[in-house]
Design a protein around this ligand. Structure first.
Ligand code: GLP
Length: 304
């Protein structure tokens, strides 16, 4: 006989009616409890199935640290500090670099710290995310020129240790060679910007997360967005590029994503919602195995 039932029998000797009511209460509590468990299982199951059904997985994001800053300069300083700390701790670090207008302030911050003799890039190796195809590397808008002008020429890096995918020539061979280099050299810290449509590197919406270095056909939105670098003439913007795949990006130990301005607010809202959706490439950061810093100004954080 169970303890609570024994207690009821003992009490039964003192007054029948009262004790029977208690017994009924315990039974009905047990029923309520079982009902709650079954209801929770059913509702939980429905939620999980719906998520799978609409092709989106929800994940926990303990590895993501969101830093919201007042403005672009503060965003650049924060990102610069994180990178500088790594360079100090590991003078042989391998950095993954990005282009676009977003990281220019961060590169200025690194140049400042180099000039103040706070850090040295002498033994640092770099791999860039992407490069336009069919654009001479000396073209003013090639990412090769960008990196030289915005960072490399100002610091003590050995240019032989800097790598940018080759946009000219056999794109299949160029992709394969870059992929081989990346597989042999794990990136310690990858810097990322984000496109208005959520692209990272040049991984446009719909790119599978398990892809390595590959040739891409740029989406119209990306071509329109990047026309500002080509005298606002979409005809001058290259239509193809070679990019690290999301698989390569997720291989980095640490990722620092930066975004500023209201046109990045949707992308930031999506990644911070925890979804993982191939139509919004930046949401791949939600399944990264290492640490991710998302550093955004107030405008990019305006939809959070
Ligand atoms: C290009 C680059 C991306 C960059 C994006 C955003 O498409 N391939 O790496 O993140 O532009 O550029 P911006 O920083 O100018 O907004």
């Amino acid at each position: 006989m169970k303890d609570n039932e024994k207690e009821l029998v003992d009490l039964d000797e003192e007054g029948n009616l009262q004790e029977n009511e208690e017994k009924k209460d315990i039974k009905s509590n047990k029923k309520d409890y079982s009902f709650k468990i079954i209801a929770t299982i059913i509702i939980g199951g429905i939620i999980i199935l719906s998520c799978i059904f609409i092709g989106k997985k929800y994940v926990t994001m303990n590895h993501i640290e969101l830093i919201v800053t007042d403005n672009y300069d503060e965003m650049s300083q924060k990102a610069g500090s994180i990178i500088a700390e790594l360079v100090k701790k590991n003078p042989n670090a391998i950095l993954g670099l990005a282009t676009g207008s977003t990281p220019i302030g961060t590169y200025n911050e690194l140049i400042k710290r180099y000039k103040n003799k706070d850090i040295s890039f002498k033994n640092i190796t770099t791999y860039n995310l992407d490069e336009y195809c069919d654009l001479n590397q000396n073209h003013p808008q090639s990412y090769f020129t960008y990196m030289y002008e915005h960072l490399f020429k100002h610091i003590d890096i050995n240019l032989a240790n800097t790598h940018i995918p080759k946009g000219e020539g056999d794109s299949e061979l160029n992709s394969k060679n870059y992929e081989n280099m990346l597989n042999k050299n794990k990136i310690n810290l990858q810097i990322l910007g984000v496109g208005g449509n959520g692209h990272i590197g040049f991984n446009e919406p719909g790119t599978h997360f398990d892809m390595g270095v590959h040739l891409v056909q740029l989406h119209n939105k990306t071509i329109r967005d990047n026309a500002r670098f080509f005298e606002n003439d979409i005809n001058k913007v290259p239509k193809k590029a070679i990019t690290m795949g999301i698989k390569n990006i997720l291989n980095a130990e640490t990722i620092v994503l930066m975004a500023n301005g209201t046109n990045k607010a949707d992308a930031i809202k999506n990644v911070m919602s925890g979804i993982v959706d191939i139509n919004i490439p930046v949401t791949a950061l939600n399944i990264h195995k290492g640490k991710v810093y998302i550093i955004v100004d107030k405008k990019a954080a305006s939809k959070l």
